[in-house]
Write a protein that binds this ligand. Sequence first.
Ligand code: C5P
Length: 212
Amino acid sequence: MSANSRCLILAGPTREYIDPVRYISNASSGLQGMALAEEALSRGYEVELILGPVEYDPPAGAAVINVVSAAEMLAAARERHPDCAVLIGAAAVSDFRPETSHSSKRKSGGDDLDLRLEATEDILALLGREKDSRIHAGFALETEDHLANARGKLEAKNLDWIVVNDAAAIGRESGDYHILGADGSEHPLGRLGKRELASQLLDRIENPDTCS
Ligand code: C5P
């Protein structure tokens, strides 16, 4: 662990509201982020967990900042990033949001609705420009060309590590993982539980040279 032992973790889904009751989101449970927070706490890190809307309780001991949208997650992350040594982006940030969000509920029935979506900010890519000596890690959920796509994301977001998993892992207890390093390394981990994966990632973050 480094002298500054603050670990900032982004977790859970985001919600992008169409009107006061309808939103765009995804099936992320936030469990991977919680497992990362538990593992980091057990290693003595001060953990700040920026958490989208989830059903599960976050681990005791983590400072939790609840957010709803990608824009809120970005604002919270920007505020806390300068003080962290390690950033782990495990959130399933919504890639799109409605161009306009309506202040009153659209009536059901009647006409079809055209929904125009705009891209949300890429939180890890933006923070990657202000990385300095921090260690940044992210996740890539892929359905094809897993390793090549994930390496592209590692480079585009200026990450030190990226965990690659299959879309089948979403909302599940375990997954089939690889960890790729910015040094070109590739570590197939096989089937692991989320806490075991958290431990594997933190091992590499702490001792990049001693892990095979
Ligand atoms: O969605 P994508 O596959 O690009 O996600 C890869 C990594 O980037 C994940 O760690 C995710 O949390 C992060 N991300 C982000 N902001 C976004 C989209 C993804 O930080 N708008």
